[in-house]
Design a protein around this ligand. Structure first.
Ligand code: IPE
Ligand code: IPE
Ligand code: MG
Length: 244
């Protein structure tokens, strides 16, 4: 690759919509679960790569609130793949100083998946490397509605006043509290939408789309996305001249 990543201008938080596992498998004459298993391999690789270059937060969209509507055998197959992945990778993840966090409606997940997740979070909670944030049974609307309910409860109990409800306070009621907004969101597989990912947090994210299916997404593709991000001018409402 000609152009190199500028380490001084790294995004703190990169979020990825890992899409295209099913189509990747179909193109190979395989079933969809084969694609999901291949997707786990890609994720291991990209997590390591993100940690190595110094990214502080990596959020991945692993399962959306709408994905519950997929055929039952795909949903249960995905849960098994998820469970096996945590089991087999947790030691390595912990050794690499990765901190695991999960966002989403995890009450809906099977009990054994929930307890594995909680163990993984507990085990890695003091790690100082990259935060690996997994969006599971997650939807941006689910998160916002939840935040509103919690705010209503705190208001009722006189813990907050109406005028306390600022954009900043609101974000502390989201599942992503303590995590900065993602500067860069990547979606693979050629789909040009966010599908409910980080609805509130993505207002000023740079969006990067690639046709590559997630199982084929390589380190090189990841660097390409970061370099593309680094070549953009993030004006945040201002004009170019003000950024100088
Ligand atoms: C993304 O791949 C993974 C999940 C949504 C769990 P898909 O399963 O959506 O793959 P395509 O989009 O059908 O190719
Ligand atoms: C979005 O992918 C969710 C995940 C990647 C987990 P989908 O494949 O479910 O998205 P839509 O429904 O095509 O937008
Ligand atoms: Mg898809």
């Amino acid at each position: 690759m000609k152009e190199k990543i500028n380490i001084e201008k790294l995004p703190k938080h990169v979020a990825i919509i890992m899409d295209g596992n099913g189509r990747w498998a179909k193109a190979k004459g395989q079933n969809r679960l084969f694609g999901h298993s291949a997707g786990v391999e890609t994720l291991k690789n990209i997590l390591r790569c993100a940690g190595n270059i110094g990214i502080k937060y990596l959020t991945v969209y692993a399962f959306s609130t709408e994905n519950w509507n997929r055929p039952q055998d795909e949903v249960s197959g995905l849960m098994t793949i998820l469970l096996d992945a945590i089991k087999s990778e947790i030691e390595e993840i912990h050794k690499s100083d990765v901190r695991i966090n999960v966002i989403g409606d995890i009450q809906k997940l099977p009990q054994n998946v929930q307890s594995r997740i909680n163990d993984a979070i507990e085990l890695t909670k003091n790690n100082k490397g990259i935060t690996f944030n997994i969006a599971l049974s997650y939807g941006g609307r689910w998160d916002i509605v939840n935040a509103v309910m919690d705010i209503a409860e705190d208001y009722k109990q006189d813990k907050i006043n109406k005028t306390d409800i600022t954009e900043n306070l609101f974000s502390t009621y989201l599942s992503t509290k303590n995590i900065p907004d993602p500067e860069l969101i990547i979606r693979t597989s050629g789909e040009l939408r966010l599908s409910g990912f980080l609805l509130y947090e993505s207002v000023y994210s740079e969006l990067y789309f690639t046709d590559v299916y997630w199982p084929d997404f390589s380190e090189e593709d990841f660097y390409k996305a970061i370099i593309d991000y680094q070549n953009r001018e993030r004006r945040l409402g201002k004009i170019s001249e003000q950024l100088k």
